[in-house]
Design a protein around this ligand. Structure first.
Ligand code: URP
Ligand code: ZN
Ligand code: ZN
Ligand code: ZN
Length: 497
C-alpha cells in the first residue's frame, strides 16, 4: 500500500557510521530498522541493491520567488522544491525578505502564502533583517515564540546593510531569544567605493563584480561579525563562505572557542570565477553572485578541505536564479546584474563528486555537511537529518558510482542556465523518498505539489554567559553537539592540498 514501504539491501549512512540495515516506513515515519524485519503483508519493497541510504539532503539556503535587485528569481517554491527532490534534497530552508516598509511578521506571512500549496517537500524559514528598529526587535520575539523561526540573517553589504552597532543589537536580541544570527559578510561601504572607481575607469562589464568585491573584503567582514557576536555571546552562522581568506577567519574564531558555524556553497565547490574565460555576457553574468566566485582555481579544493576539517560545517546552494533577460539588467553596469546562481538540484552531486569521489571526505562526512549539521544547527534534529526510528522518512537511495552530466537542457529548474554545465558527477539518486512517498524512481520524477509542510525550528534555551566556563567552551549549541573542531595549523599552508 501507498503508506507502507520497505527499503532492503541498502547501506545506511549516518554522520559517524555506515551499516547494513533494512528500513521500514509507515505513514511517512521510519518505524523499524534492522535485518529480517517482520512487516505487514502488502508492503511495497524497494531493493536498494547495495547502494547507500542517505538522509535526504537539507539545503539551508535558497531564495525561491524572491523579489531582488529590481526583478524576481524564476525558480519558485514549486520548481525549486521539485528540482531539489530530483537531486536528492528533501528539505529546504528559504529566507523571508521584508520589502521596504513591510514588517517582519507581514513578510513572514507572505512567504508562508507563497510556499504553502506549492512546496513538494518540507521547508522552514529564516528571516532577514533589512533594517533595525524597536519594531523589528519585537517581531523577532513573536517569530521565535509563535511562528517556529530560530534564525535571522543580517547583511553587511547592499543598501539594506546594518552598521556595526545595529549588528550588535540584533545579535544581542538573537542571544536573548535562543536564536542564531546569520550574516552576509562583505564590507559594503568599501565595495561601493571600489565599484564607483571601476565604473569611472570604464570597467562596466561582469568582470567588475569580483574586482569590486575581492576576498579580503569578505574576510574582513567575517572577522568583524565574529568579533561582534563574541561580545554578546551570540551563536553565529556565516552564510556563503566563498574564499580561503574568509574560511581562515571562521577557523580562527572557532579555535578561539567562538560558537561560529560556516556554510559554503555548491557553486564555490563546483566551479570558480574564471573571469576572462567567459566569452559572452550571459555566461559571465550567469556566474555573478555575492560574495563572488573567486578567480583562484584552488579555491574549490580549499573549501572542500575546510569541510573535511570541520572548519566549515555545511553546504547550501544559495539558489537564486535569474534568466538571461534578467541578468541583462546589468549589461551596462555590473552593479545592476541580479546576484544569484542555481544549485538546489545539483548540490548533492557536486559535493559527492568534489568531496567523496575526490577522496577528500567520507560518505559519513558527506551526510554531515549536506544534511545532519543543518538539522542540528537549526534544531530540526532528529526529526530531520538522520535515518533513525522515529525520524521523518526523507531518504535517498544513492548510487555513488553512477555518473551524470549536468546541463540546463536536462535540469528541472525553471532557469535557462546552469553554472555547472557539462560537469560530470559521480553520485546519482536512484530513489528519492519524501515523507514516505517515492518521488523519484528509475529516472521518473513524480512530485506532489503542495504536499510539503512548514516545519517549526524551535529556539534553543538562551545561553547563559559564564566567564569561568569560557575556557572549556566547545563550539556547540545547546542541542546535540556538532563535532568539536580539530585545531588547525594556521602557520602552515592553509590549503593542505
Ligand atoms: O548573490 C546572492 N548570494 N544572491 C542571493 C542573496 C544573498 O545575498 O544571499
Ligand atoms: Zn547573502
Ligand atoms: Zn558564454
Ligand atoms: Zn542567499
Amino acid at each position: 500500500s501507498q503508506n507502507r514501504l520497505l527499503i532492503k539491501n541498502g547501506k545506511v549512512v549516518t554522520e559517524d557510521d555506515v551499516f547494513d540495515e533494512d528500513v521500514y516506513i509507515e505513514d511517512g515515519i521510519i518505524k523499524q530498522m534492522g535485518r529480517n524485519l517482520i512487516i505487514p503483508g502488502g508492503t511495497r519493497v524497494i531493493d536498494a541493491r547495495g547502494n547507500y541510504l542517505l538522509p535526504g539532503g537539507i539545503d539551508p539556503h535558497t531564495h525561491f520567488d524572491f523579489e531582488f535587485m529590481g526583478t524576481r528569481s524564476v525558480d519558485d517554491f514549486y520548481t525549486g522544491t521539485k528540482s531539489a527532490i530530483a537531486g536528492g534534497t528533501t528539505m529546504i530552508i528559504d529566507f523571508v525578505f521584508p520589502k521596504e516598509g513591510e514588517s517582519l511578521l507581514d513578510a513572514f506571512y507572505e512567504y508562508r502564502r507563497k510556499a504553502d500549496g506549492k512546496v513538494c517537500c518540507d521547508y522552514s524559514l529564516h528571516v532577514c533583517l533589512p533594517t533595525w528598529s524597536a519594531h523589528v526587535q519585537r517581531d523577532m520575539e513573536t517569530l521565535c515564540k509563535e511562528h517556529g523561526v530560530n534564525s535571522f540573517k543580517m547583511f553587511m553589504a547592499y543598501d539594506f546593510m546594518l552598521d556595526d552597532g545595529q549588528l550588535y543589537s540584533a545579535f544581542e536580541q538573537c542571544q536573548k531569544l535562543g536564536a542564531i544570527a546569520q550574516v552576509h559578510a562583505e564590507n559594503g561601504p568599501v565595495i561601493a567605493k571600489n565599484a564607483e572607481r571601476l565604473l569611472a575607469q570604464g570597467i562596466t562589464g561582469p568582470e567588475g563584480h569580483e574586482l569590486s568585491r575581492p576576498e579580503e573584503l569578505e574576510a574582513e567582514a567575517v572577522n568583524r561579525a565574529c568579533v561582534i557576536a563574541k561580545q554578546v555571546d551570540c551563536p553565529l552562522y556565516v552564510v556563503h563562505v566563498m574564499s580561503r581568506s574568509a574560511a581562515k577567519k571562521v577557523a580562527e574564531a572557532r579555535d578561539d572557542g567562538g560558537r561560529v558555524y560556516g556554510e559554503t556553497l555548491a557553486a564555490a565547490l563546483g566551479t570558480y570565477g574564471a573571469r576572462s574565460e567567459h566569452e559572452c555576457f550571459r555566461h559571465s553574468a550567469g556566474h555573478v553572485l555575492s560574495p563572488p566566485l573567486r578567480p583562484d582555481p584552488a579555491t574549490p579544493d580549499c573549501l572542500m578541505t575546510c569541510l573535511a576539517l570541520d572548519v566549515l560545517q555545511l553546504t547550501g546552494s544559495d539558489n537564486c536564479t535569474f534568466n538571461k533577460s534578467q541578468k541583462e539588467l546589468g549589461i551596462e553596469n555590473f552593479t545592476k546584474i541580479p546576484n544569484g546562481v542555481n544549485g538546489v538540484e545539483d548540490r548533492m552531486s557536486v559535493v559527492w563528486e568534489k568531496g567523496v569521489h575526490a577522496g577528500i571526505i567520507s560518505p559519513s562526512r558527506f551526510v554531515a555537511v549536506t544534511s545532519t549539521n543543518a538539522a542540528k544547527i537549526f534544531n530540526l534534529y532528529p526529526k530531520k537529518g538522520c535515518i533513525a526510528v522515529g525520524s521523518d522518512a526523507d531518504i535517498v537511495v544513492w548510487n555513488g558510482n553512477a555518473v551524470r552530466t549536468i546541463s540546463a537542457q536536462t535540469h528541472h529548474q525553471a532557469v535557462d542556465f546552469n553554472i555547472f554545465e557539462g560537469m560530470q558527477c559521480h553520485g546519482v539518486p536512484e530513489y528519492v523518498i519524501v515523507s514516505g512517498r517515492v518521488c523519484l524512481e528509475e529516472g521518473q520524477l513524480r512530485v506532489a505539489e503542495g504536499h510539503g509542510h512548514f516545519v517549526d525550528t524551535p529556539v534553543f534555551a538562551p545561553y547563559v554567559y559564564e566567564p569561568e566556563k569560557m575556557a572549556e567552551l566547545k563550539p556547540t549549541r545547546n542541542g546535540p553537539a556538532v563535532p568539536a573542531v580539530e585545531p588547525l595549523e594556521l602557520e602552515d599552508d592553509f590549503r593542505l592540498m
